[in-house]
Design a protein around this ligand. Sequence first.
Ligand code: ADP
Ligand code: MG
Length: 365
Amino acid sequence: MAAIIELENISKHYSPTIIGVDNVSLTVEDGEFVTLLGPSGCGKSTLLRMIGGFETPTAGSIRLADKDVTWDPPYKREVNMVFQDYALFPHMTVGENVGYGLKVKGLGRLEIETKVHDALKLVGLFDKVKLRPQQLSGGQRQRIALARAIVREPKVLLLDEPLSALDAKLREQMQIEMKHLHEKVGITFVMVTHDQTEALVMSDRVVVMEKGRIAQQGRPQELYDHPASPYVANFIGTTNFLPGRVIRCAGERAEIEIGGGRLSAIVDAPLVAGSTVTAGCRPEKVRLLAEGETAENVLEGRVAEVIYYGLGLRLAVELADGSRVYTDSLLPDRLALSAVPPLGQSLRLAVEPHNVFVFEGEVTP
Ligand code: ADP
Ligand code: MG
């Protein structure tokens, strides 16, 4: 695959103290669906707007389809942007809204009609061509905004929190629809969101941002299974963090002493014996042991809280030193629900060594 977007050491300093984006280098492949993910204020929109030409960088360069566009205005770039509020013209019909950009470009009426028809068909709204935006639902307006953006056949579509105005149910549905749309049109999508589930569901690759920088990037599963830092482990999914100390480390295996016991972990890089670390594990990777069952990493504690969330149960288990470990289990049947341990009951937990993350230093989540 060829690179379509190449960002080299891009920075945006709004003022000496307000740093929007801090020295980011990123390559996006042609046809990819890349998502910029991070909490509010981490620089996602600033980075997206610089790709679109709505903001100029204070340092670095931007290449689009092998052409340096760092100083080009938006209309000279083969990109199109979908804004959060859709920005549809209320006095125009759906068809006129979608065709507007083509009309400005000077295309003929027949050609515009054909392209508008195709774009509306792609988003499943051809029968709404004569309606006005206010006659449509939020989800339909969102699709019209998408149709209007793809009708001009940009090389890259930039989407800033495109689903944030929709309610939860509709948002889930649109996540899948947009993913399918991306597959159909073959245009490169770069999306911004602060919603980790949305990023995991929709993207080929997720770029996690932290204070204007890239914290980690990778395929959704890579990020989830191998977070490079506590920040990423905490932002994507839920993680139990347990302060600890390295007892020994041989090859890829490390023994960690934590307040409530000991853990073996599989690590990528050697750790220094005696050093301070933080062990992490996902609640769904922590399992309740049956009586008499043995396992490699056993933690003993008492049930401190039971949280029922429909699909399953989350137990907060307090270890001997007072730290808490969450364990998630799905509830396959009623029997399982009746077997929920009561508050205060002692129990044993286990987590496989390859499911234990080890981060150097202390973590203050
Ligand atoms: P995000 O989209 O991740 O929420 P933004 O890119 O909007 O983050 O903002 C990154 C940082 O830059 C924030 O500290 C924000 O306050 C600041 N910022 C964004 N836009 C401007 C602007 N036009 N002028 C000054 N500061 C800005
Ligand atoms: Mg933003």
